[in-house]
Design a protein around this ligand. Structure first.
Ligand SMILES: C[S@@+](CC[C@H](N)C(=O)[O-])C[C@H]1O[C@@H](n2cnc3c(N)ncnc32)[C@H](O)[C@@H]1O
Length: 223
């Protein structure tokens, strides 16, 4: 599905979120910098926005994703970046449920709007725990359904009616943007997702609702 929309993904992301997706990624970057990581794995990297943002703040980053066309877009964006003292982000075609790195490899693992799509989420979280170093952090951005009733009905109308229509017109793929609201409603949110992280062994899972809970920053530590 993501290979089919790779060419229009970035444009639609910014359009459909009215540019707010940039703010959400900035919140994640600001948060993860507090622990001063010097390397990171960005899982479900897609067109590479989080990997690129981490590179720009001096964190050596590798992105993995199963959709080669999305990764091609990421590589092309990276080829236009200014060189710095650290290597440009590297990319691999690989799945979250079989991460091709040894145990204790990364100080930071990030996932932006990807975990909702994983077919085997528990296995992926176990894999993330394995490749994180002790003291390392997991930071995840994911959509949720706002809890405020009024905001939730505006959100639902937009997500179920407007978004699939614009998505179809531009990407020519009706299913991809109908899939989005469906997958959000099926994903465990807030405390429920924190509990999943705890079950696998993560410590101190936290959630921070963004834009009234349209998106959430989840964080947890490997201690
Ligand atoms: C909505 S995009 C998110 C892209 C990017 N992280 C962002 O913030 O815009 C979701 C990505 O998850 C990837 N994906 C889905 N299942 C995956 C898996 N099991 N392992 C790695 N990537 C996966 C898809 O190929 C897609 O590129």
């Amino acid at each position: 599905m993501f290979n089919g929309i790779a060419g229009s993904y970035d444009f639609l992301n910014h359009l459909l979120s009215l540019g707010i997706d940039r703010h959400w990624r900035r919140v994640l970057i600001k948060h993860v910098l507090k622990r001063n990581p010097n390397n990171a794995l960005d899982i479900a990297t897609g067109t590479g926005d989080i990997a690129i943002a981490l590179y720009k703040v001096g964190v050596e980053t590798t992105g993995i994703d199963i959709a080669d066309q999305m990764v091609e877009v990421a590589k092309s964006k990276c080829s236009k970046l200014k060189k710095s003292s650290i290597p440009l982000p590297g990319f691999l075609i690989a799945s979250a449920d079989d991460i091709p790195y040894p145990d204790n490899s990364f100080q930071l693992v990030t996932i932006g709007f990807g975990i909702r799509n994983f077919e085997n989420r528990k296995r992926a979280i176990e894999e993330i725990f394995r490749v994180l170093k002790v003291g390392g952090e997991l930071a995840i951005l994911e959509f949720a359904e706002p809890r405020n009733k009024l905001w939730s009905s505006i959100y639902k109308f937009y997500f179920h009616n407007i978004l699939p229509l614009i998505g179809k017109l531009i990407s020519k793929d009706m299913d991809a943007y109908r899939y989005l609201p469906e997958s959000v409603s099926q994903f465990p949110q807030y405390k429920d997702f924190c509990n999943e992280l705890e079950t696998v062994g993560f410590a101190n899972p936290k959630f921070k609702p963004l834009t009234g809970g349209v998106s959430i920053l989840y964080t947890a530590l490997k201690t």
